[in-house]
Design a protein around this ligand. Structure first.
Ligand SMILES: NC(=O)c1ccc[n+]([C@@H]2O[C@H](COP(=O)([O-])OP(=O)(O)OC[C@H]3O[C@@H](n4cnc5c(N)ncnc54)[C@H](OP(=O)(O)O)[C@@H]3O)[C@@H](O)[C@H]2O)c1
Length: 228
């Protein structure tokens, strides 16, 4: 029986799928959620029968999050990773921003992942860790501008993750780590990205597993600090 349990939200493909694969190989029991059917995730669950459990979940649908919470015992998760994210298309100049596209990306990339983390907080063990999939593109200090919808969503997620830590996690010694996965070869990162999924996810798991006092930090997959 696995002595550690993780839950990866948004695991149909890309980095989420990679996290499930690496964690299952390391002996974790893994709850993996998919919005769309993930063929590779289904194969992975068959390969690790009994230790990888697939749940249906759109992070913007409250009822999906409630069903997942019902399926996971309280205090059982050592690690919870909120990975879902969208890029927001190619038209992201300041002039392109409007009420609809701003609301859509903020809800999917920032508000709903944080609210889902709150809804799942009771499932995380005291002293556990929550990874929030952010991006260096959410760093104000490191920004040269542009890609405004995506940047807006990740910088917002970073701020809401601070509230998640201060108001919900810290009191139970749970750390919240805002993660920069690197520029990774996935559907979102594209073929010209600098690193592969395996490099990114093995680094992020090492970052998440590190012993630490309860804290909220912005860390890259290689453990380096990302400036806010
Ligand atoms: N790749 C990079 O270089 C890079 C760099 C920095 C940060 N990131 C971040 O890393 C995360 C994963 O990115 P990726 O590169 O693996 O992207 P990806 O290949 O496009 O995968 C995105 C994942 O998010 C899921 N998702 C999107 N909207 C969702 C929703 N409403 N509810 C539930 N799941 C949803 C997708 O599910 P479906 O299959 O159903 O669409 C898919 O599993 C994102 O948050 C992204 O912003 C990526």
């Amino acid at each position: 029986m696995a002595d550690r349990t993780a839950c990866i939200i948004g695991a149909s493909r890309g980095l989420g799928l990679g996290l499930v694969k690496h964690l299952a190989t390391r002996g974790y029991e893994v709850h993996a959620t998919q919005r769309s059917h993930g063929v590779a995730l289904t194969e992975l669950a068959a390969e690790h029968s009994g230790s990888v459990h697939i749940h249906q979940l759109d992070v913007t649908v409250e009822a999906d999050v409630a069903s997942l919470a019902d399926a996971i015992p309280d205090g059982s998760l050592d690690m919870l990773v909120m990975n879902p994210g969208v890029y927001g298309g190619s038209e992201q100049s300041l002039e392109d921003l409007n009420a609809d596209n701003v609301a859509d990306i903020l809800m999917t990339n920032a508000v709903c992942p944080v609210q889902a983390a709150i809804a799942l907080m009771a499932k995380v063990t005291d002293g556990g860790v929550i990874g929030m999939m952010s991006s260096k593109m959410g760093s104000i200090a490191d920004s040269s501008g542009g890609v405004n919808l995506y940047r807006l969503s990740k910088v917002s997620q970073n701020m809401l993750s601070r509230s998640l830590f201060e108001k919900h996690a810290k009191e139970r010694d749970i750390s919240v780590i805002s993660l920069h996965p690197g520029w990774v070869k996935t559907d979102m990162g594209g073929p010209n990205a600098l690193i592969d999924v395996d490099t990114s996810v093995s680094g992020m798991i090492t970052v998440l597993e590190a012993d630490r006092q309860p804290e909220h930090r912005f860390l890259a997959y290689d453990g380096t600090e990302v400036p806010w």
